[in-house]
Design a protein around this ligand. Sequence first.
Ligand code: GEK
Length: 320
Amino acid sequence: MNFNTFYQQIAQNRLAGWLNTLPAQLTQWQKDQLHGEFAQWQKTLDALPNTTPSNVDLTNGVIVGDSNDITPGEYKRIENLLRKFKPWRKGPYHIHGLHIDTEWRSDFKWDRLAPHISSLQDKYVLDIGCGSGYHLWRMRGNGAKFVVGIDPTQLFYTQFNAIQHFINDPAVNLLPLGVEDLPELEAFDSVFAMGVLYHRRSPIDFLYQLKAQLVKGGELVLETLVVDGDANTVLVPGERYAKMRNVWFLPSCEAMSGWLTRCGFSNIRVVDTDITSFEEQRKTDWIDTESLQDFLDPADPSKTIEGYPAPKRAIFIANK
Ligand SMILES: Nc1ncnc2c1ncn2[C@@H]1O[C@H](C[S@+](CC[C@H]([NH3+])C(=O)[O-])CC(=O)[O-])[C@@H](O)[C@H]1O
C-alpha cells in the first residue's frame, strides 16, 4: 500500500498533473482501510514468499515462472495464501505452475478484442473497472509503456498486489479508485471500460468521463451487456438481472452506438458480440459462490432466472 513509486513515475511522465489530486485521495483511502478483512489481507500479502521467476509471459496469458523455480514447500505456501483471497473472479493466472482457475476466462475476452484494437506499443493505457487486473497484464504484454487500472473493490486490489508481488513490474499499476474519482486527465492513448457501463446509473455521464481520460484521437474500447433491438431499444431490468442487483441500462448495439455518437466519439465500430458461455464463466474451486449456471433459467438457458435475455456482450471501439 505504498504509492510512492507510482507518484515518482508519474512525476516524470505525462500523468504528472494527476499529482494535484491523487496523493490526497489515496491518503484518505489508506486511512479508511486500516481495519477488518483488508488489514488481514495485507498480512497475507506480506507472508508471500519472494521468488525469482525464470520467465514472465504476458503475451500468451499471465504466466509467471514454473514450479522448478521454487521448492514444493513454497508452492504449497503460495497456494494456501492465495486461496485466502477467494473468490478469484477474473483470470486465469499461472504462478510458478500454480493454476489459479478463476470463475471467468478473461483471456477469452482478450482474444475477442485483441485483433481489433490499435497496437498498444509504447502507449499509456487506462483500464476502468479492471477487477483483479488480468487485462492490465495482457496490455503490458501487448507492448504498453505504462498501464493504470482503477477498481474500488478492496479484494480485487489485493489480488492484483498478490500477482504484482511475483511479477514486480512498476509499469503496471492498480489504484483503488472509482471512475468518479478521476480528474479529467486527457492523457491516455487507449482507455478500456469493460463490464462497467451497465453498473452505472448514468451511462451518458460515464461516457463523458471516459472521453475526458483520452488524448485527442485516442481509442476507447468499451465492452458491455447488450440486448437485441433497434436504435430505440434499451432494457432497464427490475431489481435484479442474472441475480445482480446493480444493473441499470442494457442498450442494443445500435442504441449504444448512438450514445457514443451523442457524446462526440467518432469511428464507432461493434467488433464483436458474444453470448456468455459456460466455458467462459463457471464455478471453479477458486470461488465459493454461484456462477452463470445458477443465474440462468434451468429450463431455458437463453433466459436469465428473472426471464430476461441471457447475458450477451458486445465490444465497441471508437475514437475521441
Ligand atoms: N465506480 C466504479 N469505478 C470503476 N470500477 C468500478 C466501479 N464500481 C464497480 N467497479 C468495478 O467494475 C468491475 C466490473 S467487472 C469487469 C471486470 C473487467 N473489466 C472485465 O472486463 O473482466 C464486471 C462484472 O463482473 O459484472 C468490478 O471489478 C467492480 O469492482
